[in-house]
Design a protein around this ligand. Structure first.
Ligand code: ZN
Length: 159
């Protein structure tokens, strides 16, 4: 179940995805929120500017591992414009972060990409819980699907 607070943080993740697109990167954005509701860290995709592993969910996992106690990590929530890829799910699981809330699922994004004639990526998309069985995951958020779809379509048409 997504609350108004959840949707507010997801909204910010989508805004970060838009910022990534404006900077020439794939439109993905993520926000780490602490147990008290405070935003601890946020980032967007940097795969064009840096390398293909520079996903915001991976950056959040590394930041959390370096800066939060195990208890703080478990109590934190990751809000993200698109469901974690297997690499990011694994990083999330290894550092013991808490709940994940995504705006659109990997299955939604995969169906859109296929409809636009794009090839599959080199890493298979898997549901987060296929990688981290104990993860607490909520999403998608139908309220944001069209906006996220439009960001990815804009990126697809550009490449
Ligand atoms: Zn990823």
């Amino acid at each position: 179940m997504l609350t108004a607070t959840d949707l507010g943080h997801l909204r910010r993740a989508v805004d970060l995805a838009r910022l990534a697109l404006e900077r020439g990167d794939e439109p993905f954005g993520s926000v780490l929120v602490g147990a008290g509701g405070e935003v601890l860290y946020e980032d967007h995709n940097h795969v064009t500017a840096m390398d293909e592993t520079q996903h915001p969910e991976f950056a959040i996992a590394r930041w959390a591992g370096a800066n939060l106690t195990r208890e703080e990590r478990a109590a934190a929530t990751v809000y993200t414009s698109g469901e974690h890829c297997p690499m990011c799910s694994a990083a999330h699981g290894w550092v013991g972060l808490g709940r994940i809330v995504y705006a659109v699922s990997s299955a939604q994004l995969g169906a859109w990409r296929a409809a636009w004639g794009l090839p599959d990526g080199p890493v298979r998309a898997l549901p987060i819980r296929d990688v981290v069985p104990g993860a607490v995951v909520d999403g998608p958020a139908p309220e944001l699907a069209e906006e996220v779809r439009a960001l990815h379509e804009a990126f697809a048409r550009r490449t």
